[in-house]
Design a protein around this ligand. Structure first.
Ligand code: ADP
Length: 345
C-alpha cells in the first residue's frame, strides 16, 4: 500500500481506508485535480500514478467531470501504456463537500483480447464449416437430379462422401482442440516407449504413404521412453507425419527419429519428423501453428487438411510442459521437433 498523503495532513485518511484500498483488486485512487492523495499497489502496477500525480489525462478529465457534476460516472478509457494504450474500465465518485474524487480502475485489456480472439475463432469456424456443408447441399441436389444416370450418380456420391469425411474430420479436430485448450485436466502422465507411440501413429498412415509414393524411415531406439499421455502423443506424431506426407513429392522419404538430450536444465526427449518436401518460408514459420492458418489453402484442402493439425500439436506439447521447434527451407524440406520431458526429470 502506498500512501501519498502530504506531510501536512498525515492523518487525512483513516487506517480502515488503507485496509479497504489494500483489499481491492482494482486500482484505487483518491485524487484532487490531477494530484493523487491516496493510491494502492494496483494503481501503481497499472502505471496510473507517477510522482503523486495521475498519468492519464483521460482519467483526470473523468475525475474532474464527476466532481463538477457531483455524480458517479463510469466509462471505458484508454490509458497510456508505453508507446501504446491499454483499455481500462474506470469509475469516478465525488466525495461530498470536498474537491476530492475516488477512482476505481479495472484493467480490461486481456479480457478484450480474449474476446476478440474468440470472435475471430467463431467467424473462422463458421466459414470453415460453410464450405463442406454448402458442397454437400449442392451434391445432394445433383444426386437427386441424376437418378437415371448411374455414372454421374456414382461420381457425385463419391464426392459427397469426401465432403462428409472432411466435415467429420473438422468437427473431430475442433473438439480435440477445445478439449486440449483448457477445461479438461492435464493428461495422465506415464512412461511411454517412443517406438510404441510412433508405430501406433504410423499404422493407419501406411496406406496413404504408399499411395503417395512416400517411404517412411524410422530410427528410434527401443529403450527410449517419454513422460506423457499416450493418446495425445500419438495424435501429435500422426498430425506431423500426415503433413510430411501431404507436403512432399512422390518418391521422397519421411524420417522419424528420436533421442535423449541431457542438458543442465534437465533431460528431454526429442522426437523429430523430417521431410524433403515443399518447405515453409520464414515469414510463415511462426504463423502455421495458428488455428486455420495455411500457406496455401487450396493445397491444404486438396489433401483433406483442416488447418488445425499444428495448432493441436502445439497444445499437446504445451500441456506436456514441452515445446515444438521447426527448421524449414522452401524447396528443401522441413523438420518438426517435439521436445518433451524424459522420465525421471
Ligand atoms: P493442414 O490441415 O492445412 O495441413 P496444419 O495446421 O497441419 O493444417 O498445417 C498448417 C499449414 O502449415 C499447412 O496448411 C501448410 O501450409 C503448412 N505445413 C504444415 N506442415 C508442413 C510441411 N511438413 N511442409 C510444408 N508445409 C507444411
Amino acid at each position: 500500500m502506498r500512501r501519498a498523503v502530504s506531510e501536512s495532513e498525515p492523518d487525512a485518511f483513516p487506517a480502515e481506508l488503507d485496509a479497504v484500498f489494500d483489499a481491492l483488486e482494482s486500482a484505487a485512487i483518491i485524487a484532487e485535480g490531477s494530484r493523487v492523495l491516496l493510491s494502492n499497489d494496483a494503481a501503481i502496477a497499472l502505471r496510473l500514478v507517477w510522482e503523486k500525480h495521475l498519468t492519464s489525462k483521460e482519467l483526470s478529465l473523468l475525475a474532474e467531470e464527476s466532481r463538477a457534476r457531483g455524480q458517479r460516472i463510469s466509462r471505458e478509457l484508454a490509458i497510456p501504456w508505453g508507446d501504446a494504450t491499454r483499455a481500462v474500465h474506470a469509475v469516478a465518485v465525488p466525495i461530498p463537500s470536498s474537491k476530492r474524487v475516488v477512482l476505481l480502475v479495472t484493467d480490461i485489456e486481456e479480457s478484450r483480447r480474449v474476446e476478440a480472439v474468440r470472435r475471430d475463432f467463431i467467424a473462422n469456424v463458421s466459414h470453415e464449416l460453410k464450405t463442406p456443408v454448402g458442397a454437400m447441399l449442392l451434391l445432394a441436389e445433383a444426386i437427386r437430379d441424376a437418378r437415371d444416370d448411374p455414372e454421374t450418380l456414382e461420381r457425385f456420391t463419391e464426392r459427397l462422401h469426401q465432403e462428409a469425411t472432411r466435415l467429420s474430420r473438422l468437427v473431430k479436430e475442433l473438439l480435440d482442440l477445445s478439449r486440449l485448450q483448457g477445461g479438461e485436466p492435464l493428461p495422465e502422465m506415464s512412461e511411454v516407449a517412443v517406438t510404441e507411440i510412433v508405430s501406433e501413429a504410423l499404422e493407419p498412415l501406411k496406406v496413404r504413404a504408399e499411395s503417395s509414393g512416400i517411404q517412411i524411415d524410422v530410427s528410434v531406439s527401443d529403450e527410449l521412453r517419454v513422460l506423457g499421455d499416450r493418446r495425445q502423443l500419438v495424435t501429435a506424431i500422426t498430425n506431423l507425419v500426415e503433413n510430411a506426407i501431404a507436403y512432399s513429392p512422390s518418391g521422397s522419404h519421411v524420417g522419424i527419429g528420436a533421442h535423449l538430450r541431457v542438458a543442465s536444465e534437465g533431460r528431454t526427449v526429442e522426437i523429430s519428423v523430417s521431410d524433403s518436401g515443399i518447405g515453409i518460408a520464414p515469414a510463415d514459420q511462426e504463423r502455421i501453428f495458428e488455428r486455420f492458418y495455411r500457406v496455401d489453402a487450396g493445397r491444404s484442402r486438396a489433401t483433406g487438411g483442416t488447418g488445425l493439425g499444428l495448432a493441436i500439436v502445439k497444445h499437446i506439447v504445451h500441456n506436456h510442459g514441452g515445446r515444438i521447434s521447426l527448421w524449414s527451407k522452401p524447396g528443401v524440406g522441413s523438420t518438426f521437433t517435439l521436445h518433451l520431458p524424459a522420465p525421471g526429470t
